[in-house]
Design a protein around this ligand. Structure first.
Ligand code: AMP
Ligand code: MN
Ligand code: MN
Length: 317
């Protein structure tokens, strides 16, 4: 049986389904989760989407109001579907929900995916999990409504940085098909790329103020502290995009952005042309893609900075 047949059989045999995605969820994570939920509800399934912490910028997406923060204590799901997550650890506090489910399906587009489900649909040649989901929903014979299209388009748009990176011919073909449902693409673009809050703008100001160039101007580095987080009452996702400012400076190959969470540091790295930041992220327990990767570290701030810059210098031309 093909993977798609296995997915169809597993979904049709289940009544109670839970959908999970990675922590610090992005547009592809939330978009794919809501699209899958809306599609499965159309064929009469009981579906929960569980996302413990979520930025309110996602509130324009259909189904947002139905997202649960926690799985119900006594909910026993027949099936768990994990989306946009390369491994079990990325599910973070929802890991147990996945492990408790009778059957599991993984749908993703990360090259580093560990195939940790009973059935795994991992196509790393696709721009986004949402792009892969179009194939899965099509195979299930579920029509893509305007609401589903809005969620799927959001994932494709955000994971490709506005149709810039990792775009295939199919990406545009699928986008055209989604546009036919009548979705407002200008509204979606503004919501995820332009619209901001005063807190996000202020914290960006802090990060830009601290931005420095290292390694002969090839590396841009900046950070925000726990004090900043508290002062501006930041939510998950409020840091999205800060790393791009360093990347956009002329001659910079790699941009690093560090954010303090409790006693740990969360690192985002972006490269411009040739440097593979996923290799560095993977070496220190993280992962991602060649030009966009991340990790969480227990090192001290100074050691972390030194280590990352030294690893980057090994690859710099
Ligand atoms: P971010 O910098 O958080 O936007 O993440 C960039 C890319 O790296 C995304 O594709 C994530 O999937 C991946 N990534 C970020 N943090 C981690 C982590 N701790 N473990 C594995 N992959 C990560
Ligand atoms: Mn993601
Ligand atoms: Mn993705």
């Amino acid at each position: 049986m093909s993977v798609l047949e296995n997915i169809k059989e597993s979904i049709l045999a289940s009544n109670s389904i839970v959908i999970l995605t990675h922590e610090n969820p992005d547009g592809d994570a939330v978009g794919s989760s809501l699209a899958m939920m809306l599609a499965l509800k159309k064929i009469g399934k009981k579906v929960d989407v569980v996302i413990p912490s979520l930025n309110k910028m996602y509130d324009i997406l259909p189904g947002y109001e139905d997202i649960k923060k926690y799985a119900e204590e006594n909910d026993n799901y027949d099936l768990c579907i994990a989306l946009d997550s390369a491994d079990l650890e990325r599910l973070h506090s929802c890991k147990e929900v996945f492990e408790k489910a009778e059957n599991t399906i993984v749908i993703d587009h990360h090259i580093t995916n560990q195939n940790f489900g009973d059935v795994n649909y991992v196509n790393a040649a696709a721009s986004s999990t949402c792009q892969n989901l179009v194939v899965v929903i099509g195979y299930l014979d579920i029509a893509i409504s305007k609401d589903i299209a809005m969620c799927l388009y959001t994932g494709i748009l955000t994971d490709t940085g506005g149709f810039r990176y990792n775009v295939q011919i199919e990406t545009f073909e699928i986008a055209a098909m989604l546009l036919e449902t009548g979705i407002d693409i200008a509204k979606i673009y503004r919501n995820f790329f332009d619209l901001t809050t005063m807190a996000r703008t202020k914290v960006l100001g802090k990060a830009l103020d601290r931005l420095e160039l290292l390694s002969n101007g090839k590396v841009a580095f900046t950070y925000i502290t726990k004090e900043d987080e508290e002062k501006y009452d930041l939510m998950d996702g409020d840091h999205e995009g800060i790393v791009n400012y360093g990347r956009d400076i002329e001659n910079v190959e790699v941009s690093i952005f560090v954010r303090q969470i409790d006693e740990k540091y969360k690192v985002s790295m972006r490269s411009n042309e040739y440097l593979d930041v996923s290799l560095i992220a993977s070496k220190y327990g993280g992962g991602g893609h060649m030009k966009a990767a991340g990790l969480t570290s227990n090192m001290s701030f100074d050691l972390l900075k030194q280590t990352l810059v030294a690893e980057i210098e090994k690859q710099l031309k």
